[in-house]
Design a protein around this ligand. Structure first.
Ligand code: SF4
Length: 889
């Protein structure tokens, strides 16, 4: 029985919690988009947010949050928050915090005046920041760019973080997602391998962590490849301190072992991948035998039927190889009969080419590259291949080496070899993705177009980026500056970037006035920045400070919540509502939830009257440009929303009868309620009560929409592409590359061996308390938590043996010098056994400088003081660890 004291405490808690109203929202402190609820209470007569908890109805984070999610509360009441629009004081320099308060009208007029003074043409303006690729604002940001005829979006941190890693997976699976790639079904997997990640579980994603905890409870075997003992590696059964950047050698050896021991899932690889397709060698490249339509889409492939030995023609875009173009069943063979010839050629299957190309990648070879004993590699490959279900974490951050696309692609191939795509205990696709794919395939069969934002997987980025690259998409005939820069580089005989999608590639040249397109200067004179802090988080710091200080940049407008290091460079600042204060303008899919679920944010507390939501700020600009009607039209086209509804609701906003956010939200509720067969009021009530509405459970969806069993995936062939048709296409366009290949090659990291005692490989990563730009903004709770482990979280990890040799102790200030670029930074040392002797590690989230950030300024060292501008040639992803450093005391 409980004591009287305990009962009194419980009674008080119940009374206290009765006073709390819970408002559903979505966490904004990392890209996992956990469903949360905000506890709101009357404090001194004012509704005040007092607690953040995970939303128990969430199929994603299942009622849990991480420390960062809970600490997000403090952002609303941050003393340093921007509270009113600010205009730079005449004569002050960018970088100095010297602003005068202004009204919204004055600030908008100032922005427009600078645009006119500098005669900024539509292609001379760029939108910068994660909002442009963010699920919450992309429907609006893309529409704004198209309406304003602005072909320039720098959607960082894609280039600094996810693009390369995700694309490596996506070239195999056809998937694509700006946030979490797929939901790894840890809780049902028996064997789990992690490579080049800590963030997936230990430092970023609650949705992953809740599932990983179940896996650990059930005794799944966990193997972690990491040069340092990360938080995740500390939970592994086997920590393999791999040589930095060599993970793809490990995966090639796994493929070698799995193929030769026939540990692959025969039915899956034969029926749902392109391993059985016939191919020939052409100009040194393996090319599948296929027919294409006039747009280059494959319309037929060939295989051999194992039962009859006949050559059979398969349909182009399809989910299975078991039925030919005439509807006849077959069993595709993985190998051709001896002496097989067709049309005077001697084709082999992709499987046979794969066997040949991976022959040299033995575990003994991989030991030389990775420093992991051959016997260990062989043992892990066999265990992984023999255990079902087994799973490789899809990873997160990719922008570290030029070989990351190849690395993530090879790990996806290992996952496909064991049949673990969209299966229990493997990689599960989100309900939203499945839903989009269903619509897309239905539209395709009916010959109907799908709106851009409804395109599933790789169809979306390729279509969207293609518009930005294509001069014909724009009335003024200019492609994005990044594509213009790529063209200029190629014309000058240098290597350009094939798809510099939404990246800052060429921005410096465009601001400096050095970029030419069609014989004319292609300048960037204006930047509109939101949800971005490039001075602190993009690479390198010196480049961004120089670009943003340039007199050629006529106007820098920044939308922000706190006075970031970048806001200090603005000419005009527009203060933003934060996620606790705002209603979202749209309804969204609930992240990578495997249920098909929808969600949105509800405003939990009122913001000051001088703060606005991003939708209202953008419509304010559209109004100033006289483009409101055109923006409404584009939103309708991109999102498939009813134009009349949009016109009616936005019309009310124009008259000041409601906010633009509210107008969009009303249309979004109507749009979704129609699809769901319920009234907008009922939909709102349900989302207000639950925060998440499950439209169809994962189990139900998988009965009719399992990838490959029921649906093709968005690869060119519709199958899992072990041999990549995307990469084959790029090779045909651009010639052979040393960073991608459609087949099976090893691409070593471009890092010199650290030879001298004071030379090291450089790696960085996340810590659990402060991991993203949003979390290091100025949060007092996260800062206090981080200081408990200050040495470990903020210091330079250096191995004990090497530190002793260099007479370095924990807490000593050391200088780190980049041996490629000469960049230098000072940082305190953390001496530990938990990192390889040839490698140093630092956390990626420190070093704020603006003194108005009272909790964050001057704490730790920023990695962008050390990382130079080095990008790979496929998508201009950063090669942010591709150098060595010297460490001196
Ligand atoms: S993992 Fe943490 S910070 Fe990220 S969305 Fe979830 S609660 Fe927020």
């Amino acid at each position: 029985m409980s004591s009287l004291k305990e009962r009194n405490v419980a009674a008080k808690q119940t009374t206290a919690s009765r006073d709390v109203e819970w408002v559903p929202s979505i966490c904004n402190f990392c890209s996992t988009v956990c469903n949360v609820r905000i506890g709101v209470k009357e404090v001194n007569g004012k509704k005040t947010a007092v607690k953040i908890e995970g939303n128990p109805n969430s199929p994603l984070n299942r009622g849990k949050t991480c420390a960062r999610g809970q600490a997000g509360l403090k952002q609303t009441y941050d003393e340093g928050r921007l509270t009113t629009p600010l205009i730079r004081v005449e004569g002050s320099k960018r970088g100095e915090w010297n602003f005068r308060p202004a009204s919204w009208e004055e600030a908008t007029n100032y922005f427009m005046q600078k645009m006119q003074e500098n005669q900024v043409q539509p292609w001379e303006m760029a939108m910068v920041g994660g909002w442009t690729s963010c699920v919450f604002y992309m429907p609006l940001a893309l529409a704004f760019a198209f309406t304003m005829q602005m072909p320039n979006i720098v959607a960082a941190p894609m280039q600094q973080c996810v693009t390369a890693g995700h694309l490596g997976n996506d070239f195999v699976t056809g998937n694509f997602n700006f946030h979490d790639e797929v939901l790894a079904d840890f809780e049902n997997a028996k064997y789990i391998i992690f490579s080049a990640t800590n963030s997936g579980v230990a430092a970023a994603s609650t949705s992953r962590l809740v599932r990983f905890a179940e896996a650990k409870k059930r005794g799944a075997k966990v193997v972690v490849l990491d040069p340092r003992m990360s938080e995740l590696a500390a939970k592994a059964d086997e920590w393999l301190p791999i040589k930095p950047g060599t993970d793809s050698a490990f995966f090639l050896a796994m493929i070698h072992v799995i193929l030769r021991n026939k540990l692959y899932d025969l039915d899956f690889v034969r029926d749902h991948t392109n391993m059985s397709f016939l191919a020939v060698e052409h100009q040194g490249m393996v090319v599948p035998m296929m027919e294409n339509d006039e747009k280059g889409n494959p319309t037929a492939f060939w295989v051999i039927d194992e039962i009859t030995g006949e050559v059979r023609k398969l349909p182009g875009y399809n989910n299975t190889n078991t039925v030919d173009v005439d509807g006849k069943k077959l069993v595709p063979a993985l190998e051709v009969p001896k002496g097989f010839e067709m049309n005077g050629q001697k084709p082999k299957t992709i499987f046979q080419y794969m066997l040949e190309q991976t022959a040299k990648f033995t575990p003994a070879w991989a030991e030389q590259e990775t420093d992991i004993p051959a016997a260990t590699i062989e043992k892990i490959a066999i265990e992984f291949g023999q255990t079902r279900p087994s799973l490789i974490d899809p990873g997160w951050h990719g922008a570290r080496y030029g070989n990351m696309i190849n690395t993530r692609r090879l790990q996806s191939i290992v996952q496909a070899l064991v049949g673990g795509i969209d299966t229990t205990g493997g990689w599960l696709m989100s309900g939203e993705y499945r839903e989009k794919l269903l619509h897309f395939v239905k539209n395709m069969k009916e010959g109907k177009p799908t709106p851009i934002l409804g395109l599933p997987g790789m169809n979306f980025p390729l279509t969207a980026a293609g518009k930005f690259f294509d001069p014909a998409s724009w009335q003024h005939g200019h492609p994005s500056f990044a594509m213009a820069h790529s063209m200029a580089e190629k014309a000058a005989g240098r290597q350009g970037v094939v798809m510099p999608a939404f990246s800052d590639y060429g921005l410096e040249e465009a601001i400096d006035g050095k970029l030419q397109y069609n014989g004319q200067p292609y300048k960037i004179k204006a930047i509109l920045m939101n949800a971005a802090n490039p001075v602190r988080h993009y690479y390198p710091e010196s480049r961004w400070k120089k670009m943003l200080s340039s007199p050629n940049l006529g106007i820098l407008a920044v939308i922000d919540i706190v006075p970031s290091d970048t806001a200090a460079y603005a000419d005009v600042i527009f203060p933003n509502q934060n996620y606790i204060e705002r209603d979202e303008p749209f309804i969204y899919g609930a992240g990578p939830s495997t249920d098909h679920a929808i969600t949105t944010r509800f405003s939990a507390v009122e913001s000051s009257a001088d703060l606005k939501g991003t939708a209202d700020i953008l419509f304010g600009f559209a109004q100033a440009f006289g483009a409101t009607d055109a923006l409404v039209q584009t939103i309708s086209e991109l999102n498939g929303m009813n134009l009349q509804d949009l016109q009616e609701q936005i019309g009310k906003a124009v008259k000041g009868q409601q906010t633009y956010t509210k107008a969009l939200r009303n249309v979004s509720f109507k749009h979704h309620s129609k699809n769901l067969g319920m009234s907008p009021e009922k939909l709102e009530q349900t989302l207000r009560e639950k925060g998440v509405l499950i439209v169809e459970t994962a189990d139900k969806m998988r009965e009719h929409a399992t990838l490959l069993k029921d649906l093709p995936v968005p690869t060119p062939s519709g199958r899992i592409e072990i041999y990549s048709l995307y990469l084959a296409g790029f090779t045909m366009q651009q010639g052979p590359s040393d960073t991608w290949n459609p087949g099976f090659v090893y691409i070593p990291p471009q890092v010199n061996q650290a030879k001298k005692p004071d030379e090291f490989n450089f790696i960085y990563g996340k810590v659990p308390t402060v991991s993203y730009a949003s979390t290091n903004s100025n949060n007092p709770i996260l800062m206090a938590l981080s200081k408990v482990k200050e040495d470990e979280f903020m210091g330079l990890w250096i191995n004990t043996q090497k530190a002793t040799l260099l007479n370095i102790k924990t807490g000593d200030t050391v200088t780190v010098e980049n041996l490629v670029s000469g960049q230098k930074a000072q940082i305190k040392a953390f001496v530990t056994e938990m990192v390889r002797p040839d490698t140093v590690f630092m956390s990626s989230s420190w070093g704020s400088e603006n003194p108005l950030l009272k909790n964050a300024a001057g704490v730790g060292t920023a990695i962008n003081k050390l990382i130079p501008y080095q990008v790979e040639p496929l998508v201009s992803a950063f090669r942010s660890q591709e150098f060595t450093v010297r460490v001196t005391k």
